[in-house]
Design a protein around this ligand. Sequence first.
Ligand SMILES: *Cc1c(COP(=O)(O)O)cnc(C)c1O
Length: 484
Amino acid sequence: MIIKTTTMTKKPTAKETNSPAALKVAFEGANAWIEGLDRQPVNAVATYETLMNRLDVGLQDQGLAADRVIADLIAATEGGHLASAGGRFFAWVIGGGLESALAADWLASTWDQNAALYSCGPAAAVTEEIVGEWLKELLDLPRESSFAFTTGCQLAHFTSLAAARYAILKDRGWDVNAEGLFNAPEIRLMTSDQKHGSVDRAARFLGIGTKQIAQVATQADGTIDPADFERVLNSNKLPTIVVLNAGDLNIGAFDDFEKLIPIAKASGAWVHIDGAFGLFARASRAKQGLTKGIELADSWATDGHKWLNVPFDCGIAIVRDTVAHSSAMTLSASYISAATEVRNQIDWNPEWSRRARGFSVYAALRELGRDGVESLIDRCCDYCHQLVMGIAALPGAKLIFEPTLNQGLVSFVDPRIGATDDDHDRWTEEMMQRINASGEAFFSGTTWRGRRAMRVSVVNWRTSQQDVAHTLATISALLQKVIV
Ligand SMILES: *Cc1c(COP(=O)(O)O)cnc(C)c1O
């Protein structure tokens, strides 16, 4: 896309940097992108070399006019973006951006508040304080809990597990803030073998290595096997953090919270929930049964940028033990006034300077309302079910997991006579690549129970009934080409 710019190479002066010309170019570019989402290829069509050649113009001595920089950026990245903001992107668990949330995100950059302290951005602090309460209400979690808005669920895990580490060591008479981990009682982290990689990494950041992670076996439905859970739990008396899944990454499985959490709590463990997307099942009357007993946990991590459809850079940690949470995160410095009346985000987050994340969440919750969130969740689940069952019904495709939430699995059957399981794995990859190369829809793969599968994840508010039909028609046509 070629966008006309007002000025060419020119050193920006203070006055010109206040000119909104670049914002106008950005607005036009954003508009064109959004309007074109349905028509453009879902895959990225520009190659690595093309993008490198276009973007690497060298670090120049002379600056450019701001609008020219933005026009260049739009032109140079064309074809290099996935249309993950659109309705036919089903790979990983990405989510889209609601219109108001996107606009609020622009404003967050425009206002450029440092959302570390109330005094650095009063409106940002108050907005975050309000949306934290709204989320606890929406997700029906203990209202006395504290919360933090982080970059994503990864850092929400880190924040929650830092609180957990503080609390379980304090129970053993060890002050981790003062003493650190050297000579501290060894900590154990128990998770399922279907855990997300962000859990291990959060543990690693906190000085809990892979040798301290005890993996519990899961059953055919992807949930923790309660017998194995008790066996592992009782195998020693180390201070323990248990991480349970509310929507695992492959099939959206929910562990049996009602059963497991009381067992873990009785042994003195801290229970943390990975609900990156699945925690939002709480907002749907049809799906909330999956989360029964989840409110018994000690901490919960989720994302705003996945199912709530706010733009990236939004995770949420909710922690029942507010003292452990603030003890793990708080910071005092000589130039911070001890404001007690107001909420300072820095007391609950791992960052210092940070983006005002509350605005986009505030916008999303107001745009949708409770009903809108529920219908978003229900719609995604319905479309995921239609997609998975629709694909599985095609000749040459196979059902691997029928979705109970918004995640399902299919695979493709190598048509050659005598094809082995490895052949089917390769063929599943091949078909997935063909679908993605068509530009009509986009999926990602996974290994589930030792075999390759194509994962179908529906988390975008834009996905429509037409998108489902369009995707099924695309896959059907590609499979037919193979058969004839
Ligand atoms: C995406 C995801 C995470 C990590 O979240 P980020 O927002 O990417 O940091 C953790 N757990 C599950 C189940 C996820 O799907």
